[in-house]
Design a protein. Structure first.
Length: 365
């Protein structure tokens, strides 16, 4: 009997060790941020799609995330972006600095220091608060030209978004696009020009400020740019022998939520769901890839009540009501997919996401 128990324990231990050895390490991290995406944004997409499957529903783990800043229970994108990028609370309007003004290092910058290729892909001005928190340091989010000046020397491999005038029409008369060229970047004017690019460093700023919204004709720019960035990062990663870090923002979910525009929200959420699909598909075909889908804050305080109060009746439709044209203190959703998805808890703070990413960068690359 004792011998049987001993053998069983040995086999169990051996199998446990084997499973641990066989578990792939996190190599690539893809962070998808739905700006302004609160707890009802994904359900609103599901409703509008008549409950047809969405890519969000493929996630393996979900969490609620607290988003308060250092000085306000209702955060802005600067403080929330800094929390998600750096793992530290700061004051509203502050980019990549503590409330006391000390420099914070983002996970993207940290990954670059480890020799990992990186990318930022957005549908807004690239100097906007959330993307800026991943590469810049500024006392106020409105320091557009200062924020832009951090990007040419950031080392980020792939940069797609808007905001061209922050680099070319500046008060100091410096054309920062020339700085990119000096640093070995290929500068493109449209995503179509990236078609033959498979490696190296590339920047494409496709609008003077923000790109158009979905309802105003942006098309599939964001999912296509995400796929192109992944193609380039994959090659660069193979050459470096390292994984990569990528941040993609569904920037204009926030814009349409500020406007309390259900049609606009639907368009931006459907677009972001395509981005989620691109990232999840990549994780499926590239073991060792972790995908994090999260938000910086909720915008609009959207609710989806029934059009009628008599629930003994059949379908009576729903309506979209908004409690605000600004941000709220509501917790936001987070979804996790791929290798390392089980590393995250069910109710977490936005800084916990960044801290866990930093831990994975330190221990698994």
């Amino acid at each position: 009997m004792l011998l049987s128990v001993t053998i069983a324990f040995f086999v169990f231990t051996l199998n446990s060790c084997k499973k641990a050895e066989d578990t792939p390490k996190v190599k690539n991290i893809i962070m998808l941020i739905g700006d302004g995406m609160g707890p009802t944004h994904i359900p609103s997409l599901m409703l509008e799609e008549q409950y047809a499957p969405t890519n969000f529903e493929r996630a393996k783990r979900a969490a609620f995330v607290t988003t308060y800043s250092n000085n306000n229970r209702v955060t802005d994108s600067a403080a929330a972006g800094t929390a998600l990028a750096c793992g530290e609370k700061t004051d509203n309007s502050v980019i990549g600095l503590t409330a006391e003004g000390d420099t914070l290092i983002s996970n993207l910058t940290f990954a670059e220091a480890l020799g990992m290729p990186s990318a930022i892909v957005v549908s807004c001005d690239i100097t906007h608060a959330t993307p800026a928190a991943f590469y810049a340091h500024a006392k106020h989010r409105n320091e557009r030209e200062n924020i832009a000046s951090w990007l040419p020397n950031s080392g980020i491999d792939v940069i797609f978004g808007g905001g061209l005038t922050a680099f070319t029409n500046r008060g100091d008369s410096i054309d920062l696009m020339n700085k990119f060229k000096e640093n070995g970047y290929l500068v493109i004017d449209s995503l179509q020009q990236a078609e033959g690019i498979t490696e190296g460093k590339v920047i494409g700023l496709f609008a003077d400020e923000h790109l158009p919204s979905i309802i105003n004709g942006r098309g599939d720019m964001l999912p296509q740019a995400t796929q192109k960035a992944l193609d380039i990062l994959t090659t660069n990663s193979e050459k470096s022998g390292k994984g990569f870090f990528m941040m993609v923002e569904g920037s204009q979910i926030d814009f349409e939520s500020h406007a309390n525009n259900p049609k606009g929200i639907y368009g931006e959420m459907k677009d972001f769901d395509k981005v989620v699909g691109v990232a999840f598909d990549y994780a499926d075909s590239h073991p060792g890839t972790l995908v994090i889908v999260c938000a910086d804050h909720d915008t609009g305080g959207m609710s989806i009540p029934s059009c009628k109060t008599d629930f003994t009746l059949g379908e009576s439709g729903v309506e979209y009501n908004f409690g605000s044209t600004s941000h709220t203190a509501t917790m936001t959703p987070a979804l996790f997919y791929g290798t390392g998805a089980d590393e995250f808890g069910a109710i977490i703070d936005n800084t916990d996401i960044a801290k866990k990413v930093r831990e994975l960068l330190l221990t698994r690359n």
